[in-house]
Design a binder for this molecule. Structure first.
Ligand SMILES: *[C@@H]1O[C@H](CO)[C@@H](O)[C@H](O)[C@H]1NC(C)=O
Ligand SMILES: *[C@@H]1O[C@H](CO)[C@@H](O)[C@H](O)[C@H]1NC(C)=O
Ligand SMILES: *[C@@H]1O[C@H](CO)[C@@H](O)[C@H](O)[C@H]1NC(C)=O
Ligand SMILES: *[C@@H]1O[C@H](CO)[C@@H](O)[C@H](O)[C@H]1NC(C)=O
Ligand SMILES: *[C@@H]1O[C@H](CO)[C@@H](O)[C@H](O)[C@H]1NC(C)=O
Ligand SMILES: *[C@@H]1O[C@H](CO)[C@@H](O)[C@H](O)[C@H]1NC(C)=O
Ligand SMILES: *[C@@H]1O[C@H](CO)[C@@H](O)[C@H](O)[C@H]1NC(C)=O
Ligand SMILES: *[C@@H]1O[C@H](CO)[C@@H](O)[C@H](O)[C@H]1NC(C)=O
Ligand SMILES: *[C@@H]1O[C@H](CO)[C@@H](O)[C@H](O)[C@H]1NC(C)=O
Ligand SMILES: CC(=O)N[C@H]1CO[C@H](CO)[C@@H](O)[C@@H]1O
Length: 822
């Protein structure tokens, strides 16, 4: 037989087997049925298969689940892992009381399910496409209510959608335990679980020894981990509530496969992804990653630093407990204080940066306390040794404190780790603090990279002593012991760092030109991309705007606001450094024929919600109440996951306490987005931002520009058009045709409705941002919108203030300023 016909035969056989599988494959077992050795269940789409198998060169038979359409057999779950069957007599069935049982010769029960969550009525066993093997009542259908599920009893593998952790109602602890060997799936030495204490974290055990810990969850990731970069494969979360504490991860693309496995051979927890091209599993990541991840390697108060030799260093202010053993590289005794504490008289704290936070076994947390209250709380108890923020989102919230010796600390690279404030003798904390530049007043005006506008201004207040030595990216400077000036601190970049990162302000690096100076793309040594706004020396206005307006940017930190990384002030040079947004601004997507296709409705909705959250933060939740005054699509930047970030605070105004409205002689903003009372009378309030937000929403829904002022017939500007369609019951015509059929109609209509409410003519009719978010997130009925601003007024924008004239006007994409001569 020649090779061709052999190949043909093989293909045909494969095809026949495939057909056979399709025609015979079942995914369920009913009480009258059973599954014997040699037969398998196949999930509906064929992803998973359940049946009897023998691992590697073992002769023993086990009931297990493996991937259905893959060469080799990757087993993800075993039922009778410590009780194998000797021959091929295995039989899986449902017994008289509705419990799944696995029988071997002479009807011996090898494995069974005894704890059902409720009474079984017509129970069936089903293998789902997720790899979950469930027992459910037949009439519960696909409701997700199960009497029992294999996902609650993991073996060594965590699949997407499985929870690793605790259900406090039932006391269930879902954890991974390694196989003893590739021949023997019974419980091995390694376990990977959520350690349930006040500040939970993931812990790996080797027998009864703690082997590795993840560090507590900080709202974004685990404090000892590497931040997960946006990736097309998976995302994860850690949920901690009264009822449940668990880790979970989800696949972004259902046609990819990933799995997490606790591996006894390699002593680590691995994450694999399936490579379709060469048909094999690729190791994606694993923990522990390096020597410093070994639990408690450096002992109490020891700091593990991979770039140092030896890796163990005592934290600043500490010395080896036993110098002799320390020098022999036995670090287990750890470190002790140079100067003992004096709790009665009063201690202080020293801040350590970029640490993996210590073991949380003896700790306490509060979600509501801020850092200052946290410090006080810690000072009150002499056994409290350190504190930190619980959550690092929005510049840090909540309070975590540690009792007793601090264990298992390591230093992490620039973008990892957290700040930890460690209790020290007061004499250690005073006088030694390096003078750090304090920013009292900073303003940045416009950062609009596509249209090339970035208007920034700032002023710097220096403390008595001045230092320009400090650089923001100095990784050596990781144990700086400044204490308690967490407010207003802005890292300083060396001029040379900026010069190098931008190729000496090369024309090739220029990404925009604003009214007050050029914007450059820079790349730091560690690869981070930055946007550098360099103030032109000739720009007097930049400094003015600065002094007047943004006394606050250093205080603003929210995931939906663009992040200021630092600044550089050296001689004549004044520059602000921002995170670089590779996806540029919203307008470069929604108004672009090809790029708009990249924004499906789900992404657009996410953008709407993100902008709303950012605005709510500005209006209400930030320490200063801020009105942005120049919201528009080109001021919404998008990160690589398409999360929106509000930029350009150059025109922003801040408010004290009860003040809700202001008045200005200089009307600045952008036509098409400006609320009527602001454009005509210079009256601004949070509601004028709400108006602009409504317009942006309409632009996102319709893919059309607001345009505005040069259209005399106001029914032809976007808001007029949207209002007319709404009134005429032709709302569907507004929706961006690029969205095709793939949108959630009710959600789009709800957004449309909310945008009209935001754009109502009278400011007092418009909802607050808090209400907008509530409306976006619920399905409660909405009030009928009243006529929008700029609809009926057949006149011009400046109706009622005939004396206004345009002071400087650029294209309709740029900010313009109107001067009111009152
Ligand atoms: C398999 O055989 C071993 C020894 O031969 C015996 O101890 C064990 O009980 C048997 N298992 C089953 C399920 O029959
Ligand atoms: C079915 O199996 C369960 C679990 O082993 C057991 O408790 C129950 O008594 C069995 N029912 C019958 C009718 O054998
Ligand atoms: C099963 O029953 C037969 C006959 O009663 C007996 O010879 C055999 O040893 C039994 N097997 C096991 C595994 O108990
Ligand atoms: C069944 O549930 C009880 C109480 O909820 C628990 O103590 C027991 O360990 C459970 N048994 C199994 C096999 O999960
Ligand atoms: C999902 O992955 C498949 C195979 O890699 C790819 O062809 C497809 O485009 C991906 N889908 C999405 C939505 O990313
Ligand atoms: C454990 O890791 C080794 C080496 O990467 C690999 O060959 C083996 O298949 C892994 N074991 C499991 C159960 O995944
Ligand atoms: C499979 O391909 C990936 C890259 O696509 C490569 O990294 C890997 O080494 C390959 N594995 C084998 C076993 O060839
Ligand atoms: C510790 O602090 C107290 C007061 O804060 C001071 O009196 C004492 O001298 C300090 N201890 C040492 C060893 O410096
Ligand atoms: C300090 O905290 C520890 C640990 O929570 C606690 O046992 C002790 O009672 C506290 N002491 C005081 C004075 O509150
Ligand atoms: C779930 C279950 O019944 N597991 C059993 C598997 O076999 C071992 C060894 O006999 C039992 O201890 C487990 O209870």
């Amino acid at each position: 037989m020649d090779i061709a016909s052999l190949a043909f035969l093989t293909t045909t056989t494969k095809f026949l087997i495939f057909l056979f599988k399709i025609s015979t494959a079942l995914d369920t077992i009913a009480p009258s049925q059973s599954l014997s050795d040699g037969k398998t269940l196949v999930s509906r789409d064929g992803t998973f298969e359940l049946g009897f198998f023998s691992p590697y060169d073992s002769q023993k038979r086990y009931l297990g689940i493996w991937y259905g359409n893959m060469p080799g057999r990757t087993v993800v779950w075993v039922a009778n892992r410590s009780n194998p069957i000797n021959g091929s007599s295995g039989l899986l069935t449902i017994n008289g009381t509705g419990n799944p049982v696995l029988l071997s010769e002479n009807m011996t029960v090898v494995w069974s399910v005894s704890n059902l969550t409720k009474e079984a009525q017509e129970p069936i066993l089903q293998l789902l496409d997720s790899g979950n093997f469930v027992l459910r009542n037949k009439n519960d259908g696909d409701s997700g209510i199960y009497l029992w599920q294999s996902f609650d009893y993991p073996c060594d593998t965590l699949l997407p959608g499985m929870k690793l952790g605790w259900d406090s109602k039932t006391g269930l602890n879902r954890h991974l335990s390694s196989w003893k060997s590739s021949n023997d799936p019974s419980i091995g030495d390694f376990m990977w679980e959520v350690q349930l204490n006040t500040n939970p974290e993931l812990v790996m055990w080797k027998g009864t020894q703690k082997y590795y810990r993840s560090g507590p969850w900080n709202g974004i990731g685990f404090s000892g981990g590497i931040a997960l970069k946006p990736n097309p494969i998976f995302g994860y979360n850690f949920v901690s509530t009264e009822e449940e504490v668990y880790y979970i991860y989800n696949l972004k693309n259902k046609s990819l496969f990933t799995r997490i496995v606790m591996n006894q051979t390699t002593y680590n927890r691995q994450r694999y992804t399936w490579n379709d091209v060469n048909q094999s599993w690729i190791l994606y990541d694993s923990v522990p990653r390096d020597r410093c991840d070994s639990y408690g390697l450096c002992g109490a108060y020891g700091n593990c630093v991979t770039s140092e030799l030896p890796v163990c260093q005592c934290l600043k202010g500490f010395k080896p407990r036993s110098l002799e053993r320390w020098n022999l590289m036995d670090w287990s005794q750890g470190c002790m204080r140079n100067k003992p504490l004096d709790c009665e008289t009063g201690d202080g704290f020293v801040k350590f940066s970029r640490l993996k936070l210590p073991d949380t076994t003896h700790s306490w947390v509060s979600k509501t306390m801020n850092l200052r209250e946290c410090r006080t709380k810690c000072l009150q108890n002499c056994s409290c040794m350190a504190y930190s923020n619980l959550d690092i989102i929005e510049r840090g919230t909540g309070c975590a404190i540690w009792f007793g010796d601090l264990m298992d600390i390591r230093q992490l690279p620039a973008d990892g780790g957290q700040d930890l404030y460690i209790r020290m003798n007061a004499s250690e904390t005073e006088g030694k603090a390096k003078p750090k530049m304090k920013i009292a007043v900073i303003t940045f005006a416009s950062i609009a990279m596509v249209s090339g506008i970035l208007i920034i201004s700032f002023a710097i207040y220096k403390r008595k002593t001045k230092s320009t030595e400090q650089t923001a990216n100095n990784t050596q400077n990781n144990q700086n012991n400044d204490y308690h000036n967490e407010d207003f601190e802005l890292p300083l970049f060396e001029l040379s760092t900026i010069v190098n990162s931008t190729n000496n302000f090369s024309i090739n690096n220029k990404i925009g030109e604003g009214g007050f100076g050029p914007v450059y793309l820079g790349t730091l040594i560690d690869g981070q991309e930055i946007a550098v706004k360099r103030l032109s020396r000739s720009s007097g206005q930049g400094l003015n705007e600065f002094k007047n307006e943004v006394k606050f940017i250093a205080k603003l930190q929210h995931r939906n606001l663009v992040k200021l990384l630092g600044c550089c002030i050296q001689g004549e040079e004044k520059m602000l450094v921002y995170e670089y947004m590779c996806n540029k601004s919203l307008d470069s997507f929604i108004f672009d024929q090809t790029r708009s296709k990249l924004l499906d409705w789900a992404k657009r909705f996410n953008i709407i919600c993100g902008i709303a959250r950012g605005l709510l933060y500005l209006h209400q939740d930030s320490r200063l109440r801020i009105i942005h005054r120049d919201l528009k699509a080109s001021n919404i930047l998008l990160d690589n996951e398409m999360n929106p970030k509000i930029s350009d605070f150059g025109l922003a105004k801040t408010f004290g306490g009860e003040q809700t409205e202001g008045n200005t002689n200089r009307v600045v903003g952008t036509f098409g987005y400006m609320a009527p009372e602001y454009a005509t009378d210079g009256i601004f309030s949070d509601k004028s931002d709400v108006f602009s937000f409504g317009i942006i929403m309409l632009e996102i829904i319709s893919g059309k520009k607001s345009r505005g002022y040069h259209q005399l017939d106001h029914s032809h500007n976007l808001i007029g058009y949207a209002w007319r369609l709404w009134k005429e019951g032709k709302s569907l015509e507004l929706i961006d045709p690029v969205l095709g059929e793939s949108y959630h109609l009710l959600e789009v209509m709800r957004c449309y409705h909310i945008s009209l409410l935001c754009a109502q003519h009278h400011a007092e009719d418009r909802p607050s941002m808090a209400l907008v978010l509530l409306m976006l997130g619920s399905e409660t009925p909405l009030p009928e919108p009243k006529e929008p601003g700029f609809f009926k007024d057949k006149g011009r924008v400046d109706e009622g203030s005939s004396s206004s004239k345009i002071e400087s006007s650029t294209t309709n994409e740029m900010s313009i300023s109107l001067l009111e001569a009152r």
